[in-house]
Design a protein around this ligand. Structure first.
Ligand code: FPP
Length: 238
């Protein structure tokens, strides 16, 4: 949800106006992702590094989150949306943690869609917490596999992201889903999050659909040796 602050500053408004407008974009994007058959939307709302922002801005963001959860709760229930948080919950203020845990519990059995919010989140922090959990479980070394560690991450049970969209012109991952993004496709746009619309989401999805995802393997439809029986790549034998 990058670019809220700049959106406001460009208009001579306080930064919280950008965050407010940013939150206002969420329901349209959730509906759009649901509408094309998407099952999970993860929003990077607040990174573990964001705790270093001025106290006033952090309080505004937390208050916005609280109000949004209260306002949207009935919509989550009506829309079959399960809400969950990934991130370091220990750092959250008690009132925010309680409302989050309540919404997570009440929406747990909603099966149509998962809205996953990265809050107080850092990819490295998530991996370290997973390794600590593993250490406490004391597994045999051969038990430690990719599946084992993935099962201890905050995203356990949630599929890895197919497409990661970064708004506001930045072209980096900024500690987001480091483990889970191993084979994700990336889409970068200069659009600031408060201006990100369903139309632009569709553009991103369209570009994603044109990509060839091989997960490190050979594309079966475009085999290197297809097209002749001499083992010569077809494009060279033409
Ligand atoms: C990034 O913009 C946005 C944030 C740090 C906060 C976004 C989170 C919320 C508005 C609350 C979350 C609510 C829900 C329901 C998901 P920025 O401030 O980094 O913008 P800038 O890069 O232009 O300064």
């Amino acid at each position: 949800m990058d670019g809220n602050g700049r959106w406001a500053e460009m208009r001579g408004l306080p930064r919280f106006e950008g965050h407010k407008r940013g939150v206002g974009r969420v329901s349209e994007i959730v509906e759009a992702v649901k509408g094309i058959g998407g099952e999970v939307l993860s929003l990077y709302a607040f990174s573990i590094e964001n705790w270093m922002r001025p106290e006033e801005e952090v309080s505004v963001i937390m208050a916005l989150l609280e109000t949004t959860l209260k306002n949207e709760f009935m919509n989550f229930m009506k829309g079959g949306i399960r809400f969950r948080i990934i991130g370091n919950k220990e750092k959250l203020p008690d009132n925010i943690r309680s409302i989050i845990e309540l919404v997570e519990k009440e929406t747990y059995n909603n099966k149509e869609f998962v809205l996953q919010c990265a809050l107080s989140y850092g990819g490295r922090d998530e991996i370290i917490r997973a390794v600590r959990k593993a250490a406490a479980l004391n597994p045999a070394s051969e038990e430690i596999t990719e599946e084992y560690l993935a099962g201890l991450l905050d995203t356990a049970g949630i599929p890895d992201p197919d497409l990661i969209i970064r708004t506001s012109g930045e072209q980096r991952l900024s500690n987001f889903l480091l483990w889970q993004s191993a084979y994700s496709e990336f889409y970068f746009t200069n659009t600031l999050w408060p201006d990100f619309t369903k139309a632009e989401l569709m553009e991103a999805v369209h570009e994603y659909q044109m990509r060839s995802r091989r997960f490190g393997k050979v594309d079966n439809n475009k085999s290197f040796f297809a097209g002749n029986s001499f083992g010569i790549p077809s494009k060279w034998s033409e």
